[in-house]
Ligand binder design. Structure first.
Ligand code: URA
Length: 235
């Protein structure tokens, strides 16, 4: 790959900024100052340094974000703050994107990556990757509702895949439940609950496949996945 691409990918700056560093003679390739931004380098074999500091190239980044309510799951938006606005300038890259969408008022686990292939696999309806939600509901969820979820519910004339509803707590006219889906239709949890005649008042995603929302990750915060988390997510 070209040296300027390598440097930008290594997080040293934009393509334009790294070209300046190369011009100024601040980059060495295998201990030799390199002044051509077009120089072809092999990230696996060549030793590339900036002012004597060894640079590492990483192609893919995987972050887990605890999405707060009020921000949209998009890379850009005219009106609202996006999940990418929660990233610091140091970590932000223009190729990062959220894997799937949570509604603006939904909180919880969102994977942010630049790995399109993994994103596709996690979202593909054929792969049936589980998504688990915690919901507070206005109304009493019942065993019959549980049965409906198991059988699948018609949304826009199509039956959902079997889903699991666990009722954690019912207090007066409100219920706390956990729901596991194997697909991700538009507003799916809210619409499935609505078809039982009740309403979701709070929704939080707590798991996607093998990746659980870390307990100690505050709302609005993100961090890189550990190797173990990534392995579990990839299944
Ligand atoms: N289902 C919903 O209704 N909303 C979400 O954000 C996610 C799942």
């Amino acid at each position: 790959m070209r040296l300027d691409k390598f440097l930008a990918e290594a997080g040293l700056g934009s393509r334009k900024e790294v070209k300046q560093l190369i011009k100024k003679g601040q980059i060495t390739v295998n201990q030799q100052i390199e002044k051509s931004d077009k120089k072809q380098v092999d990230p696996e074999k060549d030793r590339i340094e900036y002012r004597g500091e060894l640079l590492h190239y990483q192609e893919f980044y995987y972050y887990v974000l605890h999405k707060p309510a009020g921000v949209v799951s998009a890379t850009e938006d005219q009106r609202d703050q996006t999940v990418m606005d929660l990233f610091s300038a140091k970590d932000y890259r223009s190729d990062l994107f959220p894997v799937g969408r949570l509604d603006k008022d939904t909180e919880g686990l969102l994977l942010i990556t630049n790995d399109g292939k993994l994103a596709h696999e996690l979202l593909s309806p054929k792969k049936h990757v589980e998504k688990e939600y915690f919901a507070e509901v206005s109304g009493v969820m019942t065993d019959e509702d549980q049965q409906k979820f198991t059988e699948g519910i018609f949304l826009d004339g199509e039956r959902t895949l079997p889903a699991e509803l666990s009722i954690d707590e019912v207090t007066g006219e409100t219920s706390k439940v956990r729901i596991i889906l194997h697909e991700g239709k538009f507003h799916q949890v809210k619409r499935m609950v609505k078809s039982c005649g009740k309403e979701v008042t709070y929704l939080k995603r707590i798991r996607m496949g093998g990746l659980t929302l870390p307990q100690d990750l505050a709302k609005g915060k993100y961090r890189l996945l550990t190797e173990d988390e990534l392995r579990r997510l990839k299944g």
